[in-house]
Design a protein around this ligand. Structure first.
Ligand code: 5GP
Ligand code: MG
Ligand code: MG
Length: 183
């Protein structure tokens, strides 16, 4: 593949690196205050949440444990069905743990809603959500997101962990792909 400026494939930058990092720092201060003296288990959902997890965890001035899960949503094409399969489970026992799920984006909310009840069934003390992005217009279930980065329009976005055909995850900003990329 010829090398090019991947950010040039965007039609619009929705969130710059500075905006993302600034917001993560604010969320980190809230999380530090809410979990003072506790060892939180951060559960990152692969692959999209890798960047949020890396930057949020390093911003937190407290003890945390990081673990990862990979899930896949059964369903046709790009729409989430809410039927979820675990591709990689956690290594940790959740009994009595304070769990904070770290997600890239909440679209329909079906995947996360399934994940929340799955993790709650394992006996944790609490399960809360931190998501960088949410599309309020796409919501099909109500999810109580305790730590939310940004609400965004109902458009397909890439960057900062989010992919199109496994590409663009390494962009530092979040944006909308230019139409010529799809064709
Ligand atoms: P949900 O179950 O909430 O509809 O879907 C959640 C998952 O779909 C996200 O974790 C993400 O992997 C994917 N997804 C939803 N919206 C977008 C988007 O705008 N861009 C990208 N790249 N992935 C998305
Ligand atoms: Mg995700
Ligand atoms: Mg994807």
């Amino acid at each position: 593949m010829e090398s090019h400026n991947i950010a040039g494939d965007l039609e619009e930058v929705l969130l710059t690196e500075e905006q993302i990092q600034g917001r993560l720092a604010e969320l980190a201060r809230q999380i530090e205050a809410d979990y003072a003296g506790e060892n939180v288990l951060l559960v990152g959902v692969l692959k999209g949440a890798v960047m949020v997890m890396a930057d949020l965890a390093r911003e937190l001035n407290m003890q945390v444990t990081m673990d990862w899960m990979a899930v896949s949503s059964y369903g046709s094409g790009t729409t989430s069905s809410g039927v979820v399969r675990i591709l990689k489970d956690l290594d940790s026992d959740l009994t009595g743990r304070k769990v904070l799920i770290v997600e890239d984006i909440i679209d329909s909310g079906l995947t996360l809603s399934w994940l929340i009840s799955n993790l709650k069934s394992r006996g944790p003390e609490s399960v809360e959500i931190c998501a960088l992005l949410r599309k309020p217009e796409a919501a099909r279930v109500d999810i109580d997101v305790k730590y939310l980065g940004f609400d965004i329009p109902n458009k397909f976005v890439v960057g900062y962990g989010l992919d199109y055909n496994e590409q663009y995850r390494n962009m530092r900003s979040v944006g909308i792909l230019a139409p010529h990329i799809y064709s």
